[in-house]
Write a protein that binds this ligand. Sequence first.
Ligand code: HEC
Length: 426
Amino acid sequence: MVLSALVVALFATPLPVSYSHDVAPILDRHCAPCHRPGGVAPFSLFTYSDAAKRAGLIATVTRSRYMPPWLPTEPRFAHERKLTDAEIALLARWAATGAPPGNPAETPPVPTFAEGWQLGKPDLEVEMSNTFDVPADGPDLYQCFAMPVAESASHYVRALDIRPGNPLVVHHAILFQDTTGTARARDTGSGYPCFGTPGFLPARGMGGWTPGSLPFQTPEGMPETLYAHAALVLQVHYHPVGKPASDRTRVALYFTDQKPTRTGYDIPLGSSRIDIPAGDRAYKVADSFVIPVDVDVIAVNPHAHYVCRDMLGYALLPDGTRRTLIHIPNWDFNWQQQYVYSKPLRLPADTRVVMEYTYDNSAANPRNPNHPPRRVFYGPSSTDEMAGLHIAVAPADAADGEELGLALWGKLVRATGGGGLSRGRR
Ligand code: HEC
C-alpha cells in the first residue's frame, strides 16, 4: 500500500530537469548553430549563464515555435529545424523550476563550428568587390552585387557555399548568374537596389544562404552550369541592427567534370493578377499546372512579400490522391529559403500541381507594411505583393525533358499572352 503510493508519486512527479543534463544538449544542437559568437543571432546560448538569464524567454519562443525558425508545418524536409514536443516541454519545465544548473561536471563540451569553408577548399572563390555599408537604422536593404568572375570556360557546379562577411546584418543571400551583362552595367561599385528580383532575365538562381543553412549541393547527376563570362550576382537582404555595420560576403563554388545526366526544370507556379482590397483578410491567389510526364520533385521555393499569410502547395495525382508539397500557415518574409525533400517525390504523368496562397491585408496582420492598410497590387517593392511557388523537378526519364519543356513554355505563353504578366496593375 505504502509502496504503491510511492510508485504513483514517483510517476506523478516529473523528474527534475537541469541545464547540464537536459537543456545544454538541446541548445547545443538546435540553437548554437546561430546563437554563438560570430553567428547570426544577437546573443550566444553557449553557457549556463547565457541560457539561465533567458530561461523564460527560451520557453516562450520555443512553445510558440518562433525558434528555431522553421516555417513549413508539412511535409518533412531535409535539414529540418524543429524541436519535438518533448523537448519544448522540457525547456518549459526547466524555466518553471527556476532554471537549475545541475552538475557542472555533466555539462557537455562546448560545440565547435568549422571556421573555414565546410566543404573544403573551393575551386573558385569570389567576393563582393567592395565592402557595403549598412546604416545603423532605417528600412531593410535589398542590394545586388555583380561579382567579377574571370572564367573563360563554362563549368559544372556541384556545390556552393556563401559566407556573409557580417552575419549580424546579412539576413539572407541568393546567388544568381547573369548572362545578359545587365548586372555588371548596373553595379558601379557598391551594388544596386533590387528588392524581389535581381533585375535581369533569365535570372538563373544557383543557391542561397539563410541563417543556419548548410552548403548547397546539387542533386546526383544534376550539376548547374556556370556559363563562361557570366557574372555571378549576389542578392543580399540587409537588416540594420542599431549600429553602423559593413559587410563583404564571399562565395565558394565547387566544380565537377561529371556532365549532367538529368536536367532540372523549374515549374513556376504563380500569378501577377494580384489586387487586394484594403482590409481583406482572406484574399486568394491560385495557379496550377498539369505535368505531362513522370517527374521527381526535388525542392520547392515559395515566395511572397509581407501581406501573405498562408501558403499551400499540393499535388493532385491522377488517381485522386492529394499530397502536400508544402504548407506554411504563418509566412514570414524574413525566413524565406528553398526547401529540399529528404527523398525526391515521384509524381506520375498527369499530376496537377497547385498553389493556393491566402493574403491578410487587414490591420490585424502584424506584418502588414501599410498603416492603415491600403489596396495592394502585384509589384516588386516591399509594400507590393507577389505570389510564386517554384517547384524543382527532374523528369524520371531524361527522354521526356522536351515534352515537359514544351508544356512549360505553353504555360508561360498563356500567362503573358493571356494578360497575366502585363496586367498586374489595373
Ligand atoms: C537559424 C538560426 C537560428 C536558430 C537555429 C535559432 N535562432 Fe534564436 N534567433 C535567431 C535570430 C537571427 C534572432 C534575432 C532576430 C529575431 O528575433 O527574429 C533570434 C532570436 C532569439 C531570441 C530572442 C527573441 C526575442 O523576442 O527577443 C530567443 C530567446 C531565441 N532566439 C532563442 C532560440 C532558441 C532557444 C533556439 C533553439 C531552440 C534558437 N533560438 C535557434 C536565429 C536563430
